[in-house]
Design a binder for this molecule. Structure first.
Ligand code: 5AD
Ligand code: SF4
Length: 508
């Protein structure tokens, strides 16, 4: 590819004698070339604008923020999808409906693309790591310009460059990660909070899940890199961070680079990282996602207990309540072990909010299995549960097994929702009348006189406030629970309703 690129760089765009081999210098080089192109267009009265449409999880959301950072450095400005000159879809493939949504978007874009040859369309993310999907897109949506996967996000500038100057599709899908290059300078949706990847990939191979195939094996970033990133983010105004990994509890295996901290303490794992993050001055809140129940340690519970900056929220996907289903899912815990873990967490952290993921209709699930799921839901009393209908993913073991009939699945799903919602409703109400620390996040979408913020336990609160308070921690009296969110009134900092929960909130 290099030779062709070299021959095709128009004279006016030359910035260096030769193209750097090393990353990220190489991408800085192409970014500069794209920037010249964007500036030229602007000078000729054609400002270029982009949109990134994100599907799926927090990882994707954060990846999109980083791609936005790259595009803005090129001079592109953000626009709604319908008006953008460059549209990138960051895809998810964890369930089939995410695939269908992408195809819907592409179908809608086709007439626009036919009318406007200058419109560029890119697709990246998890769907692109499945060869049959890439094949389908290339056949059915041949107008798509740029395709890349989960292992080469940092190469976006070069791919855009190739498409612009080579006048051909830029397709680069790697079967496995080649090198890891962090992208700096994300454009954050909220200037005061950010995700931080601590690890990539997953080794668990739950039998229903496509993630290990599209995100690769577990790779941890060194504590040095993670801590340095967070320090820089804090300097840039970030007060809350979310430590991200498919399973943060197994942080510390397969480091991507050499680490002195690990040399000195080979036992260093997620609890130690979390504790080190808590020491960073200027950071107010720390979250993490996701915890696999099989390896959530006592050490972790203890670190959370001792560090009020760690938000009182643990997302602990249960998936199913039946030990037999859990065994077939390869989850490596039983119903009893899951419930014991929940009890242990609640003993150690009485003020914790627990949320979970539950899947209905896994192959072979019987009514009795389903009753076990309901039983765990009732006993664990989740603050919120994200419920999913099992979706068959080609290439995973469970896709080959006998599927549960659709009408049975739908019926169970409806019954599960009833139980989950009534418990969440009750759990949410337990804070009514108390005062909590809330991070004011944005102007309320329905009522501009209100601000919307988030409690440490992740519950949303709407309250009267001034836009100048966005990004600040404020004290809010939780006047009314609405089942899964609150409305409230601000109280001066330092006021207390005297309850345990409030004391905790104020310490935070
Ligand atoms: N079908 C339905 N839900 C799934 N999840 C993962 N794979 C599938 C699948 N094949 C759910 C799990 C996981 C969440 C992110 O998505 O509950 O925790
Ligand atoms: Fe998928 Fe299981 Fe890995 Fe989560 S832990 S990403 S459900 S394989």
């Amino acid at each position: 590819m290099d030779q062709r690129i070299i021959s095709n760089i128009p004279e006016a765009y030359h910035v260096l004698e030769s193209i750097p081999e090393k990353e990220p210098e190489r991408q800085d080089y192409f970014l500069e070339l794209c920037r010249t192109y964007v500036q030229q267009n602007l000078a000729e009265g054609r400002p270029l604008r982009y949109a990134i449409v994100t599907f799926g999880c927090q990882m994707n959301a954060y990846d999109s923020e980083r791609m936005k950072g790259l595009l803005e450095r090129m001079g592109y400005t953000e626009a709604p999808e319908e008006e953008a000159d460059l549209v990138i879809f960051n895809t998810c493939t964890v369930r089939e409906n995410a695939n269908q949504r992408l195809y819907g978007h592409l179908g809608q874009l086709k007439p626009r693309k036919l009318k406007n040859r200058n419109l560029l369309i890119g697709i990246c993310g998890c769907m692109m790591q499945q060869p049959e999907v890439v094949e389908y897109i290339r056949k059915s949506f041949s107008f798509v310009d740029i395709l890349f996967g989960t292992y080469n996000l940092h190469r976006l500038p070069e791919l855009i460059y190739v498409r612009l100057f080579e006048e051909k599709h830029a397709i680069e899908i790697l079967p496995a990660p080649k090198e890891h290059v962090e992208i700096k300078g994300a454009k954050r949706k909220f200037p005061f909070k950010s995700g931080v990847n601590i690890m990539y990939g997953c080794n668990n191979f739950c039998t229903y899940c496509i993630v290990p195939y599209v995100r690769g094996r577990e790779r941890s970033r060194t504590p040095e890199d993670v801590l340095q990133d967070i320090r820089e983010l804090v300097q840039d105004g970030v007060r809350e961070i979310m430590l991200l990994g498919q399973n943060v509890n197994s942080y510390g295996t397969n480091f991507m680079e050499h680490s002195r901290i690990i040399d000195e303490n080979p036992e260093y794992g997620f609890p130690e990282l979390l504790e080190d993050v808590c020491q960073i001055p200027g950071l107010d809140r720390i979250r993490f996602m996701t915890s696999h129940p099989k390896d959530l340690s006592d050490r972790l519970i203890d670190v959370i207990r001792r560090n009020p900056k760690v938000c009182r929220h643990i997302h602990l996907p249960m998936q199913a309540g039946s030990s037999e289903v859990l065994r077939k899912m390869n989850r490596r815990y039983t119903k009893e072990q899951y419930l014991e873990l929940v009890a242990k967490i609640r003993r150690g952290l009485p003020d914790i909010s627990l949320t979970t993921d539950i899947m209905i209709g896994f192959p072979g699930e019987t009514e009795e299995d389903f009753q076990n799921t309901l039983d765990v839901v009732r006993k664990a009393e989740f603050d919120q549960a994200y419920t999913f209908i099992y979706s068959r993913r080609t290439g995973t073991p469970a896709a080959e097994w006998e599927q549960v009939p659709e009408d049975v699945v739908k019926d169970r799903f409806r019954r599960l929702l009833d139980v989950v919602n009534s418990i969440a409703h009750k759990r949410c109400g337990r804070f009514e009348g108390q005062t909590a620390e809330v991070l004011a996040e944005e102007i309320n979408a329905q009522d501009p006189g209100l601000l919307t913020g988030r409690m440490g336990n992740n519950l949303l609160v709407h309250f009267p406030g001034d836009p100048s308070e966005i990004g600040q921690l404020v004290q809010v009296k939780l006047t009314k629970s609405h089942g899964f969110y609150y409305t409230g009134e601000q109280v001066p900092t330092g006021a207390s309703s005297g309850s345990e929960e409030t004391k905790e909130a104020e310490e935070e």
